[in-house]
Design a protein around this ligand. Structure first.
Ligand code: KG4
Ligand code: ZN
Length: 352
C-alpha cells in the first residue's frame, strides 16, 4: 500500500492528485484540476500562456490535493509526474516542480508517460478495467488503438494519419459556429438532429472503412479524418449558398459524428476480435462522448465483451491517472534520475 502524489501539466490542465493503494487496487484520495479557460478566447491552446498559467496554478493545485486527501508531504511514498509527451514548456513546469519537491523531501520521483496515464484512468473507477484489453485513446492530441496484454506492454495497432479525433471535432465545431473546445457542443447539437423538425439528411463516407479490409492491410486499424473534414466543409458551404445553414447545422453535426463513431467502433471491434479480448478501455477527452460510448456498448455487449469508460473528470487530462500509472511504474522500480527533463514527443514505454 503506497501513497503517491501525481502532477500533470502537459497541456492546458494544471492538475494534482493523491492516490493510495497498489497498482491493481488504487483509490483516489483527491484530484484537483485547474482548467485554463483563457484558451477559449483564442480557439486553441496557446503554449506560452499555458506555461505561465501552470506556473501560477501548480502550488495551489498541489496544496489543495494534499489538503483534500488529508495527507502531508511526509506521508507520501513517491511523486509521479508527466514528463512526456505534450507542450514542452507546459511539461517543464510540472517536471521542474516535481523534481524540486521530490529532492527536498527525499522522495522517489516517478516519470509517467501521459498516454500510459490515460490507460490507467478507468481503473480508478472500475476495478475490472485491467489487462488484457483493447484500448482506444481519443483526445484532442491523440488517436491510438492499442492491444494491452499486460500493464507496461502495449502493441500499437492503429493511429490517425492526420487529425486526432478531438481535433476533428473541434475543427468541425468551428465550421458550424460552435465554441472551442467543440466536442461537447457538437455532440449536443448532433443530438437535436434526432427530432423530426431537423431531419437527419447528411451522410458522409466513413473514412478508412473498407468492408473488405484484412488484418495486415495498412488501413485495417488506422484512421484518417481530413477527408471527412473536407466533406463537412463542402456541406457547410452548400448549405450556406442555399441560405439554409441554420436549418442544416444539426444534421451536418450528426452526419459527421455518425461517420466518426461508426469508424471507431468498427476499428475497436476488429482489434478486439483479432486479439481475443473481452474488455475495451476508453480514454481521452472524446471518451466523454455519450453517443460513442453507446455505440461501442451496443456492438460489444451482445457479443459478451465489456466497455469501460472513465467519467468525464478522469477522461480528460488529470493527475489522478498519472498517480495511478505512477504506482505501477514505482512497483517496477522506474525512478527518475535527477537529470529528468520534459520531452515533447516520446513513444509509450513498453511498446512491442
Ligand atoms: O483529453 P483532452 O481533455 O485533452 C487533450 O487533447 O489531451 O481532450 C480534449 C478533446 C477536445 O478536442 C474536445 O473537443 C474533445 O476532447 N471532447 C469531445 C467531447 N468532450 C470533449 N469530443 C467529442 N464529444 C464530446 N462529448
Ligand atoms: Zn491527454
Amino acid at each position: 500500500m503506497r501513497r503517491i502524489l501525481g502532477i500533470e501539466t502537459s497541456c492546458d490542465e494544471t492538475s494534482a492528485a493523491v492516490v493510495i493503494g497498489t497498482p491493481d487496487a488504487a483509490t483516489l484520495a483527491s484530484c484537483v484540476i485547474l482548467s485554463q479557460d483563457v484558451h477559449r478566447l483564442f480557439g486553441g491552446v496557446v503554449p506560452e500562456i499555458a506555461s505561465r498559467q501552470h506556473l501560477t496554478g501548480i502550488v495551489p493545485a498541489v496544496d489543495e490535493a494534499l489538503r483534500a486527501a488529508d495527507t502531508s508531504l511526509e506521508q507520501l511514498d513517491a511523486i509521479a509526474v508527466t514528463h512526456a509527451p505534450g507542450l514542452v514548456g507546459a511539461l517543464l513546469v510540472g517536471t521542474s516542480f516535481a523534481k524540486g519537491l521530490a529532492f527536498t523531501h527525499d522522495l522517489p520521483l516517478v516519470p509517467v508517460h501521459h498516454l500510459e496515464g490515460h490507460l490507467f484512468a478507468t481503473l480508478l473507477e472500475h476495478a475490472d478495467a485491467r489487462p488484457p484489453f483493447t484500448a482506444l485513446l481519443v483526445s484532442g492530441g491523440h488517436t491510438l488503438l492499442l492491444d494491452v496484454p499486460a500493464w507496461g506492454r502495449y502493441r500499437v495497432l492503429g493511429r490517425t494519419r492526420d487529425d486526432a479525433v478531438g481535433e476533428a471535432f473541434d475543427k468541425v465545431a468551428k465550421l458550424l459556429g460552435l465554441p472551442y473546445p467543440g466536442g461537447r457542443p457538437l455532440e449536443q447539437l448532433a443530438a437535436t438532429a434526432d427530432s423530426p423538425a431537423h431531419g437527419h439528411a447528411h451522410h458522409f463516407a466513413r473514412p478508412m472503412l473498407r468492408r473488405k479490409a484484412q488484418p495486415g492491410d495498412d488501413d485495417y486499424y488506422d484512421c484518417s479524418f481530413s477527408g471527412l473534414k473536407t466533406a463537412v466543409l463542402l456541406a457547410v458551404r452548400a448549405a450556406e449558398q442555399a441560405g439554409q445553414l441554420d436549418a442544416a447545422r444539426a444534421s451536418i453535426a450528426r452526419g459527421f459524428q455518425d461517420a466518426v463513431i461508426e469508424t471507431l467502433v468498427e476499428k475497436v471491434w476488429r482489434a478486439l476480435r483479432a486479439h481475443g479480448r473481452e474488455r475495451v478501455v476508453l480514454g481521452g477527452g472524446v471518451a466523454c462522448n455519450n453517443a460513442l460510448q453507446q455505440a461501442l456498448a451496443a456492438r460489444l455487449t451482445p457479443r459478451g465483451a465489456t466497455l469501460f469508460a472513465p467519467s468525464p473528470r478522469l477522461a480528460t487530462d488529470n493527475a489522478a491517472m498519472i498517480a495511478a500509472a505512477g504506482l505501477f511504474r514505482l512497483a517496477q522500480g522506474d525512478v527518475a534520475p535527477p537529470t529528468l527533463t520534459a520531452t515533447a514527443s516520446l513513444p509509450l514505454p513498453g511498446i512491442f
